[in-house]
Design a binder for this molecule. Sequence first.
Ligand SMILES: [Zn+2]
Length: 245
Amino acid sequence: MLKYRIRLIILLAIVVLVLGIAANGLFMPGHEESGLTGSDFVRETIVNNTTEPLGSVEVIKNIGNPDGKKIAYVVGVHPLENDTHRTFLKMIPTLDTFNNCYDVYIINLSEDFSRYGQLLPDDQPGRVDGQNMAYKYVYPEIVKGGYAMACDVHAHGGAYGDHDTFVFCPVSGSLGESLAQNVSKSTQNVSYYDPEFTTSGPFLTVPLNENGVPAFYFEENSFFSQDVKDAHMLELIHAIDNLKL
Ligand SMILES: [Zn+2]
């Protein structure tokens, strides 16, 4: 009888352990980082590279009002900046009314890219590969996709002095620049700031502006608390949704 009880206890312990591992697996960051998994959204793979750079480009389509203007967001151009990319993907499905219709392009690089705070600012693995993926696979899709505008979401580690949260268009005098300025005017915490140089501009926002799609960046300080980053991201999303396009 005692042996039977011991066996039963061991069996129960194994069941609890297996269930625990399974539940934990479901809530790993990779599974929860994007709430954009519901059947309401169309998710397509644009490219899935099996050679260098290893990675994929996906697009999640038709978020918001199908009768509104089409707007593209891009996340993942600089993989190190993934905290704002995850913040964006977390926040956008929490909003239930939109004026416009959004497609979100996601660049996923398979290499180990770490994140701000864990490596030196100059050591940014994946940065060049992400830019090349943007130019090769995302830029042509946006140009031919009939979008009224595009926004490329980035983060930084405090490289811009007092300028923490800002929008910016690298083509001066463009419609992209005036839309970014309007976003800044209609928000409390998103300024317009023209940094001295941009590395990713020539791979996405510059050619988009030069080929009929107004585009600008969003930059956020990676070291802000998650609450602050969430609030700023919502300001950006609302401001873009209320632009006159
Ligand atoms: Zn960046």
